[in-house]
Design a protein around this ligand. Sequence first.
Ligand code: NAD
Ligand code: LMR
Length: 334
Amino acid sequence: FVSGTGKKPLRVAITGASGQIGYQLCFRIASGEMLGKDQPVILQCLELPQALNALKGVSMELDDCAFPLLKGIVQTDDPNKAFEGADYALLVGARPRSKGMERGDLLKANAEIFSVQGKALNNHANRDTLRVLVVGNPANTNALIAARNAPNIDPKRFSAMTRLDHNRGLAQLAEKLKCSVTDIEKFAIWGNHSATQYPDVTQTVVKGKSAKTLINDEKWIKENFIPTVQQRGAAIIAARGLSSAASAASAAIDHMRDWTFGTNGQWTSMAVYSDGSYGADKGLYFSFPVIVDKNGKYEIVQNIKLDQFSQERFDVTRKELLSEKDGVASLLPN
Ligand code: NAD
Ligand code: LMR
């Protein structure tokens, strides 16, 4: 399996590979955007039996791109095969919500999928290298289910996606402050990937100055910025008639790339296994500000002072995650 670049291919499992998000992810990963332009990959695609034909079409198109880094494509409806030796797993395959639903409404429809896939990851993935990103909603609680069903895998190897919310926040702030997204530091999403998430600008710095001071409009932050980020997924569904896909795939690539190569000292947002930091109950998959070092090890940023407003928002999203957890108790083995 040694390719022209001398590197051994990494095995990247993608579930729901022929869905809206999967259709974006396969091509971007195969072109080297996630793991680097010198890193060969094998895509291990999982789909439902009824979508295997569509997956065949995706696989044909991947062939037709003649990507130099793409060393193999697995097409299967068997999670045990899809996760065999996986170094990365992007768990996307699940039902999306439609207009009028909250993401939590998907709990019953999707929870079982993540229990089955957690077990298959436990038995077949590469436990020493694995990084799991749950995208399928409700993402945080699905990550909890998958991790708890994989007792032999370090729960820190599982995560859920709040990078899309993070990127949405950066875009709104850049527009407001007429700056580039790269000028913005120390912005973070706390909690659940849901309407209770807390996009926090209290620590945010833009070109060395406090974003709050620059914005100078508490009302805009509370009544415009925060709800816009919280409700952006619903706004996309209302506009497109379908849930976000290209932006979601882009955020998934950002998440995995940064978790691999590091964030260069900068904050990003990832829903990770809570060690109890800030009073987020241990074991929940909770979005925190994190910094990833160049070896791919993440740390939850510590010693942030939460003001009263932030603490209230934090508690709302924490409580929602606890109630989602209660709702799936039967799928959480001890
Ligand atoms: P989609 O319906 O276009 O695609 C989902 C695909 O998953 C389908 O092809 C389906 O056949 C497949 N699938 C369903 N169950 C499966 C299973 N058990 N195993 C393997 N494949 C399975 O949906 P989409 O727009 O790609 O969205 C996928 C999920 O991602 C949804 O739950 C959506 O809500 C979620 N999402 C999350 C975020 C986030 O920020 N965390 C952002 C966007 C979308
Ligand atoms: C999003 O944030 O766009 C996704 O989670 C899809 C949704 O249901 O909002």
